[in-house]
Design a binder for this molecule. Structure first.
Ligand code: DSN
Length: 478
């Protein structure tokens, strides 16, 4: 590749876009500038490679490709077949899975595909067999009515939201909560850790069709072997949503009992978080669920996005390179350095530390809500997101936590020394911010007071921290 290839590619693309709608070209350039300047600690974000980004901007976007590789409902899908097959092959090899379905557009889509594959396998197929029908269209009105009720009357057991679970694991505001009767398991209030005996007890009492493991704000490993044993003991299908930590599985940081793929019946993920690919989702499973999973489109998905599947193939090829394992290990080393740095300075962390890519700070000890802390950090050039902590008294909007993660800064090249410096900046902001009051003088959960000079000084230090680690160093738009 010529030394200027990436700069030339992005500059040319912007020139073409600018000729049609200059405001969009400007916004794209501004987004790169913003990302370059901010200390990004959002645990679910990353920076995809130039190759992955460029793969998404082409004529694959124009093609409809409903169906699966070699079995499409549209003509002319031979090139889409090539990229979808490649993405699936890379996914299977990378994760050691028998089957990979790379069409989901996002994590929620991947989860919906998985839920409906399980429902089809466990509820619909037996009902068809009982009615001696081959297809739902062959059922009588009465049998169809009964099947619809049965499909809507299934149970799911997943991790509670405030313990770090995800909205798409059966919570009421999400479609999954309207589909399933859901119960959740939390964490031990003393340790903040999953108590597997309690999960087993909940499973015995509730007898779910689906046991879900996976999280977006739990800073520890999950023992998937034990979770599978629990699922088996009650006849549940075991599903793992590894969206947050797929990069750690791909990079072989999570192995053995902590690798979900050998233990779960079905695994879902996004491709853009620690896996560092394009925005999208994916489902992995064994042969038993493969046919049902492949019905994801049009069951719950709109037409596949071939340009994104092509980008998944590129990113998954990158993740199969040996340096990705090194990257994954550095994500965890950095998270642990960040956690240690915060603990040494007196911060309170949920579970007392981390063994994955994220850290959850309980900011109530600083006298702040998550919302106040999030905004004060943002004023100081540090981008995070507020998050509930277990048994959070401030609810899901204001919260009492700040979630921080290291995949993005690790991609930029920051290491453990910079993580300690980052801990110092975070602690400085949080310890110098005070809760504000509302117009009536009452304590506010949103207002806060931070000396602008402190915010400016921390912002400058954050920028200095980033200077030796330019984002996309091979891309010069000037
Ligand atoms: N929005 C993602 C996160 O931030 O964790 C999960 O869906």
């Amino acid at each position: 590749m010529s030394p200027n290839a990436e700069s030339t590619a992005f500059r040319s693309a912007l020139e073409v876009i600018r000729a049609v709608e200059p405001r969009v070209a400007d916004a794209i350039g501004a987004e790169l500038a913003d990302q370059r300047e901010s200390l990004k600690l959002i645990a679910s974000e990353n920076y995809a490679s130039p190759a992955t980004l460029l793969t998404m901007g082409n004529w694959f976007s124009d093609k409809y490709a409903e169906g699966t590789v070699g079995r499409r409902f549209y003509a002319g899908c031979q090139n889409v077949d090539t990229v979808e097959a490649l993405a699936a092959e890379h996914a299977r090899e990378l994760f050691g899975a028998t089957h990979a379905y790379v069409q989901p557009h996002s994590g929620i889509d991947a989860n919906l595909v998985a839920f409906w594959a399980i429902l089809a396998d466990r509820v619909e197929s037996p009902a068809l067999k009982r009615a001696q029908a081959r297809h739902v269209n062959d059922l009588t009105e009465a049998d169809w009515f009964a099947l619809r009720r049965e499909l809507g009357d299934q149970r799911m057991l997943g991790m509670s939201l405030d313990a770090g679970g995800h909205l798409t694991h059966g919570f009421r505001p999400n479609i999954s909560g309207k589909m399933f009767d859901q119960r959740s398991y939390g964490t031990d209030p003393a340790t903040g850790l999953i108590d597997y005996d309690r999960v087993a007890e909940a499973a015995r009492e509730f007898r779910p069709l689906i046991l879900v493991a996976g999280y977006s704000a739990y800073p520890r490993k999950v023992n998937f072997r034990i979770m599978r044993e629990i699922a088996d003991s009650v006849g549940a299908t075991f599903m793992v949503d590894m969206a947050h930590f797929a990069g750690l599985v791909a990079g072989k940081v999570f192995t053995g009992d902590f690798d979900p793929v050998p233990h779960a019946h079905i695994v879902t993920t996004t491709t853009h978080k620690s896996l560092r690919g394009p925005r999208g989702g994916m489902v992995l499973c064994g042969p038993e669920l493969a046919d049902q999973v492949d019905r994801g489109c049009p069951m719950v998905l709109g037409g596949p996005l071939p340009h994104v599947m092509a980008a998944k193939a590129v990113a998954l090829a990158e993740a199969r390179r040996p340096d990705f394992a090194d990257y994954a290990q550095r994500i965890v080393d950095n998270a642990q350095a960040l956690a240690d740095g915060l603990l040494r300075r007196g911060a309170t962390l949920v579970t007392g530390g981390t063994d994955n890519h994220l850290v959850l700070i309980d900011v109530s000890n600083y006298g702040l809500t998550g919302r106040q802390a999030e905004q004060a950090l943002l004023d100081s050039g540090i981008v995070t997101n507020r998050n509930a902590v277990p048994q959070d008294p401030n609810g899901a909007w204001y919260t009492s936590g700040i979630r921080i993660g290291t995949p993005a800064l690790t991609t930029r090249g920051l290491g453990t020394t910079e993580m300690d410096a980052t801990a110092e900046l975070i602690h400085t902001v949080l310890s110098q911010t005070t809760a504000g009051t509302g117009p009536d003088g009452a304590a506010s959960k949103a207002k806060y007071v931070l000396d602008p000079a402190v915010a400016e000084q921390v912002g400058k230090q954050a920028a200095d921290l980033l200077t030796p680690f330019p984002l996309y160093p091979t891309v010069d738009l000037a």
